[in-house]
Design a protein around this ligand. Structure first.
Ligand SMILES: O=C(O)CCC(=O)C(=O)O
Ligand SMILES: [Fe+2]
Length: 385
């Protein structure tokens, strides 16, 4: 395995440069790879989490072994029997539908331009992952103690270390019950993610509680996403991009540790196989799709794969989805896990702070990477919404 020299971190700019350039290089190299070393065995395994709730460590390890297998190959897997009732899953999808049906003026009041972290309502084309015009509309929010069933430990700070209230919520009278339903869902996926982190620890030959103290007030950005059907369904994806007919969400890898994705039945998620073909993910009722994200890839020295994916809604129906990007406490600095280094092997990535890394990656999705405030200025100057 190729290794890179560890760069010392002398100030924030070194870290930022590293966060952005490594991610960009990784995306480009994955998109360029046309490795025909047959990937016909490419699968997205379905992992039944039932034994992970058992009293028996052996049972829990059996699930961890399946997670390891998935994370070292496709980087994606489904989880079923995860303990979150179907009613909560259906309810968040209904909240997404209600939210996006709000009058434009109400959504404008929640515009992402008033947040330096990209929270709030995001009109289509406002951010771009790979330079495409993206048809998705989003509503983004992060951790707050009121959403954490554990009550948190009072130490949560925003991505940049500040402690102001960052989320932007619709008014209760405008969308009655929205916050409560969203909170119910968020609390449930947060706890499931903490549980999954224990399985990840076992999968990495670490003590089961290795990550526990790092997720007491963790970063967890959630998005409600809306993907309209294509305006001209007869066009191919490349034609439609040329015709400025939008792609849903451009090719990217996620930033955090792992993502739990829930979606409506309309397909759309496409996963890049090593051969360069896009694998269309099938919908499994009441399951989450889980994928390793870049922070976990770095942490494991590349042993766990953060796989490129995108969304293209080729159907005539609307697609809704709700990704939850699970991180660690934002002040946590990550260094390569010792169990991921062979004897004498060097870390491929320098240590990096969680919040700093994620904010840098988010900023990279704005115009010229100027950040969300900078983006608002560009849009205003150019007379766009
Ligand atoms: O909407 C989806 O199915 C996937 C969304 C996604 O990949 C993302 O938001 O990072
Ligand atoms: Fe993603």
């Amino acid at each position: 395995m190729a290794t890179a020299t560890v760069q010392p971190i002398t100030d924030g700019s070194v870290t930022k440069h590293e966060a952005r350039s490594t991610a960009h290089g990784y995306l480009q190299s994955r998109l360029a790879a046309k490795d025909t070393t047959s990937d016909t065995g490419f699968t997205i395994p379905v992992i039944d989490l039932t034994p992970s709730f058992s009293e028996s460590l052996e049972d829990r390890k059996s699930v961890a072994a399946q997670i390891r297998e998935a994370c070292t190959t496709s980087g994606f897997f489904y989880v079923t029997h995860h303990g979150i009732p179907s009613s909560i899953l259906q309810s968040i999808l209904q909240q997404a539908e209600r939210f996006f049906k709000l009058p434009l003026a109400s959504k404008q009041d929640l515009h992402i331009k008033t947040s330096k972290y990209g929270y709030g309502w995001e009109p289509s084309e406002y951010t771009s992952l790979a330079g495409d015009l993206e048809s998705k509309e989003g509503f983004n929010f992060g951790y707050e103690e009121g959403l954490d069933k554990s009550g948190g430990d009072g130490k949560y700070r925003n991505l940049d270390g500040s402690d102001d209230k960052a989320n932007i919520w619709p008014k209760e009278e405008e969308l009655p019950g929205f916050y409560e339903h969203v909170g119910e869902y968020y609390g449930a996926v947060l706890n499931l993610s903490r549980h999954m982190f224990r399985l990840f620890a076992l999968s990495l030959d670490l003590p089961e509680d290795h990550f526990d103290a790092m997720v007491t007030h963790p970063g967890g950005i959630a998005r409600l996403l809306y993907y309209p059907p294509p305006k001209h369904p007869q066009l191919t994806v490349s034609e439609s991009v040329q015709e400025k007919e939008h792609i849903g969400l451009g090719a990217h890898s996620d930033y955090e540790c792992f993502t739990l994705l829930l979606s409506s039945t309309t397909p759309g998620l496409e996963i890049l196989r090593p051969s360069g073909h896009w694998h269309i993910a099938t919908h499994i009722a009441d399951a989450f799709i889980v994928n390793v994200a870049d922070f976990m890839m770095r942490w494991t020295n590349g042993v766990y794969k953060s796989t490129v994916h995108r969304v293209v809604n080729r159907s005539r129906r609307i697609r809704y989805s709700v990704p939850f990007f699970f991180s660690v406490n934002y002040e946590q600095v990550i260094e390569t896990l010792p169990t991921c280094l062979d004897e004498g092997e060097k870390p491929r990535y320098p240590p990096i702070g969680a919040g700093e890394y994620i904010l840098e990656r988010l900023n990279a999705t704005t115009k010229d990477g100027a950040g969300f405030y900078g983006n608002a200025e560009v849009f205003e100057r150019e007379g766009m919404s």
